[in-house]
Design a protein around this ligand. Structure first.
Ligand code: AMP
Ligand code: ZN
Length: 113
């Protein structure tokens, strides 16, 4: 079965797009856990942080540039926010296409685990 997020990038599954460029796609999480909950993903299929390497890691720094830009545009930059990438079963990853949650718009819980 084809990857869910690859199908979202291809437009085969609908999403609420908030940003797109050559290498990155960002859209609203379907089950938001905060007033702002965006997923930022590389267009290239990378399953998880475990698969980041010298050849594909440039997109990660670009994703953080996009996160900073979106945070400013969405009005959460000043108050603060969180960028999270869950990895594997213990990390709580449910979709195996690398993604970064951009969460903000409220005071987030302090607990990390
Ligand atoms: P994770 O648990 O870190 O792998 O995050 C996967 C995220 O993808 C969850 O927050 C889901 O709510 C979100 N998600 C799953 N399917 C969709 C979809 N079709 N559109 C938008 N977000 C989705
Ligand atoms: Zn994929």
């Amino acid at each position: 079965m084809e990857c869910l997020f690859c199908q979202i990038i291809d437009g085969k599954i609908p999403s609420t797009k908030v940003y797109e460029d050559e290498t990155v796609y960002a859209f609203k999480d379907i089950h938001p856990m905060a007033p702002v909950h965006i997923l930022i993903i590389p267009k290239q299929h990378i399953a998880s942080i475990n698969d980041v390497n010298e050849e594909n890691s440039a997109v990660i720094s670009h994703i953080y540039e996009v996160a900073a830009k979106l945070a400013k545009e969405l009005g959460i930059a000043e108050d603060g926010y969180r960028v999270v990438s869950n990895c594997g079963e213990n990390g709580g990853q449910t979709v195996f296409h690398l993604h970064f949650h951009l969460l903000g718009g409220k005071k987030l819980k302090v607990e990390m685990c």
